[in-house]
Design a binder for this molecule. Sequence first.
Ligand code: NAP
Length: 410
Amino acid sequence: MRIAIAGTGDLAKYFVEELHASSYDVVVLTRTSSSSSSSTSSSKAQPKPWYSARHDAGVISLRSTDYTVPSLVEQLRDCDGLVSAIQDGTPANVVVHLALLEACRQTRSCRRFIPSEYIGDVDRFPTQPLFYPESHQPVRDALAAQQDVVWTLVMPGWLADYVVAPKCRYIRDIGDLCPIAYVYGKGEGTNIDTDTNTNTNTNIHTDGSVGRTGTTISMLIPGTGNEPISCTAARDVARAVAALFKVPYRVPSQFQSSSQPQDQPQQDEDQDHDYSSGCHSAWDPITYIEGQATTWNEVKTLLQSRGHSVRVTYRPVTELEETVAQASLAASGSASVSVSEDDLLSAQFGLWSTSGATRVPRDTVVAQRSRFFPGLAFRTLAQLLDASEAAMASFGDGGGGEGEGPYGAV
Ligand SMILES: NC(=O)c1ccc[n+]([C@@H]2O[C@H](COP(=O)([O-])OP(=O)(O)OC[C@H]3O[C@@H](n4cnc5c(N)ncnc54)[C@H](OP(=O)(O)O)[C@@H]3O)[C@@H](O)[C@H]2O)c1
């Protein structure tokens, strides 16, 4: 079975590794060139080295697209499912996801689609984070309004990876958008781009001090720090996605008779779809997963117990709300003081966290775990830290210093 991943970012790397480990053929869609060869005549940007290396090694098939429907149909025509790992918090996210959905509809076999969401409890908090109503809600509405493509939104809460050293993860630090940022000595914050091995951070709080392990962690905690959150490791999200594509389903009947592009290939004989199940899919509209239910104050205590020097600043909810209100006034021309895009995003993510929206519903997590993920272990923060510390210790690394180590991502 062949699964396509849209986007060549951080989270997509885990999808590549875990879908490949689950014996899927893996296609990766990118706006860049699909070849890193210098002889290519393409004027597009070169693909990221992490992806081109795997393309060259035959692990993935990197395919270039401009995200128009005809281009996507061409690239998805031999695929059996699609998972998006696109990161775009603007209304452009809607355009690209509606094109992905329409392309799936126009293929014969690519009828399962996981859009790029990966946030929290959207049943209780459909408008959190505050920019999602514009950037994501229309996609949810479009998915719900059709029956041609089966879909689910995968919701893990916060990615747990921010707690481990950047050397042991693909997920990059995102400055004030996440309450945790690793800081190294000499007062320099780090945000390592694992493709270029360069420091891309511009917005991390540092105090230059070095903890017992050589590592300082800066926490800018929204609210009191006692609000409920959920954390799930990116690799466990990817394992869950791989498991979801194992769930039996059948191609919706209307697609076996209509709207087929004329040049569609026949379905592979060996697809492991279960056409006898009598339903399109056992997928639910929302799939909640969770490694650990916790709070940011508990995360702080855990990191301190591991020998890190943790520098904490709290941001009151009123301050976050004021920033959002000020930005709204400025956007309508009613305020003279403008709010930077980074500050607004940071306040919106802060309110997402303090609202309780990042805590996924426990009952659903437990029920879906037994239905979809019976053999899958969703790791706790302590287990992730154990794995990263063991990886660094085996290379004689105490945890300090910048740059991507040869440890892999836990
Ligand atoms: N819950 C959490 O704590 C958490 C944390 C991090 C991320 N996430 C979510 O995980 C998803 C992936 O995030 P990420 O950090 O892995 O993303 P990322 O590293 O920023 O990469 C996203 C990729 O999306 C593609 N892309 C961006 N804008 C696009 C557009 N307008 N049209 C088409 N492709 C576009 C790009 O690939 P090409 O250049 O190859 O086309 C880019 O490499 C997002 O939904 C993000 O919100 C959640």
